[in-house]
Design a protein around this ligand. Structure first.
Ligand SMILES: C[S@@+](CC[C@H](N)C(=O)[O-])C[C@H]1O[C@@H](n2cnc3c(N)ncnc32)[C@H](O)[C@@H]1O
Length: 383
């Protein structure tokens, strides 16, 4: 039900995210000025106006996409679904020349094949256009002009427009990736979960790979919106897109970028990987904020001269023998303990057994997913 006392220009939206990042996303939405925020499983709902929809897409670091519900009703079988989709006047949302993609998420006993139901929904939309114009819109699954999400929970269906399009983790700065690059949303979420404050500690990823954690940390410190690099959003293809309002919001958000003194450091054992990370940082225009050093974490010492927040995603699996992995994690824990007294380390890994070998007391443990892999994100405080 719509909450009272909201201006009529406000509407409900849903930002989706990864498991474990719901509260971080809700916090981001609160700081941006969203109203009536509610956390759900892998999603956060909120209210805002059209301008806020643009702002959310430009600024949210931990959202996968922002959806706008347009129609809710009850359906129990395919025929009803088809009829309900046909009741909507699709001219309001797209032109026949535009491409579309439909995704379906089902949590019901009445329907069971997501892809089949998505196709049925797409057919109902296309049939309406064909009846009116003699033409059918084409499908583009990767980069549609208009993205549509259908959720069916028990006998209730909700149709939503995807305001974002290509998922928001595709910031547009990644040039090259090497060994298992981390998803940008996950990296940003880990930094926000760690509570890192650039004024209080340096941020150090000792096994930085393609540099995702470091780049996202630089964006956070300098208040650079993740949408800074990106041109395309589905809402730009809508018939009612307000370009003037979007430009105004984009400018306001860009004007908040600040020049701050930060110390963000990345090391990796491979020079080739470091070179690639540097290229990514350059593309993100934050290369002057990050110190990249090639080196073995166990031999490198930035030492005790200041306080560090170490955040890292050490290798796991990658054809290493079990004993080697356990020894590696033990050596990592020893290095934290001996070389980073007074600092805090956060480690994400899917290696549950390996994490036991770090040998330090875990002061916080959060379940997150890296791709499909269930991981533990653990905090260690080195007194
Ligand atoms: C899982 S990847 C990190 C991925 C990274 N988070 C990203 O977004 O691309 C692990 C990295 O640790 C590096 N590495 C392995 N052993 C190391 C060591 N002893 N010291 C420093 N880096 C190491 C590997 O070269 C690899 O790039």
């Amino acid at each position: 039900m719509r909450p009272d006392k909201l201006p009529s220009s406000d509407f409900r939206m849903i930002a989706t995210t990864f498991v474990g990042l719901e509260e971080v996303l809700a916090g981001e939405l609160l700081r941006l000025g969203a109203k009536n925020i509610e956390s759900h499983n892998r999603a956060v709902s909120f209210y805002g106006d059209e301008g806020f929809m643009y702002k959310a897409n430009l600024c949210l670091r931990t959202a996968l996409r922002v959806l706008k519900p347009i129609y809710t009703t009850k359906v129990v079988n395919e025929e009803e679904l088809y009829d309900e989709i046909q009741k909507i006047n699709w001219d309001r949302f797209m032109k026949v020349e535009q491409t579309l993609a439909v995704s379906a998420v089902l949590n019901t006993e009445n329907f069971n094949h997501n892809q089949y139901i998505a196709q049925k929904t797409k057919d109902a939309i296309c049939d309406q256009f064909r009846a009116k114009t003699g033409k059918r819109p084409s499908v583009d699954k990767d980069k549609p002009d208009i993205g549509i999400y259908l959720f069916i929970f028990k006998d209730e269906m909700q149709l939503m427009l995807d305001t974002s399009g290509v998922p928001l983790y595709k910031r547009g700065y990644r040039q090259v990736a090497d060994v298992a690059p981390m998803n940008e949303i996950l990296a940003a979420g880990m930094i926000l979960l760690s509570g890192w404050d650039a004024r209080l500690s340096a941020l150090y990823d000792p096994m930085c790979g393609s540099g995702t954690i470091l780049i996202e940390a630089a964006l956070i410190a300098a208040n650079i919106p993740p949408g800074y690099y990106r041109q395309d959003y589905c809402f730009k293809n809508w018939p009612d897109f307000n370009e003037e309002l979007f430009e105004k919001i984009y400018e306001t958000v860009i004007n908040r970028i600040r020049n701050v003194p930060v110390d963000i450091i990345g090391t990796d054992i491979s020079q080739q990987v470091i070179n690639k990370a540097k290229e990514n940082a350059k593309a993100a225009k934050v290369d002057d904020m990050i110190r990249f050093v090639q080196g073995d974490f166990f031999e490198t010492s930035f030492g005790l001269e200041k306080k560090y927040t170490l955040i890292t995603n050490p290798p796991y699996g990658e054809r290493m023998k079990k004993e080697d992995i356990f020894a590696f994690y033990k050596q990592m824990g020893d290095t934290f303990k001996h070389k980073y007294k007074g600092s805090t380390a956060w480690v994400i890994s899917s290696g549950k057994d390996a994490m036991k070998h770090v040998g330090l007391r875990t002061s916080r443990k959060i379940v997150l997913f890296n791709g499909g892999l269930e991981c533990r994100f653990c905090k260690y405080e080195m007194y």
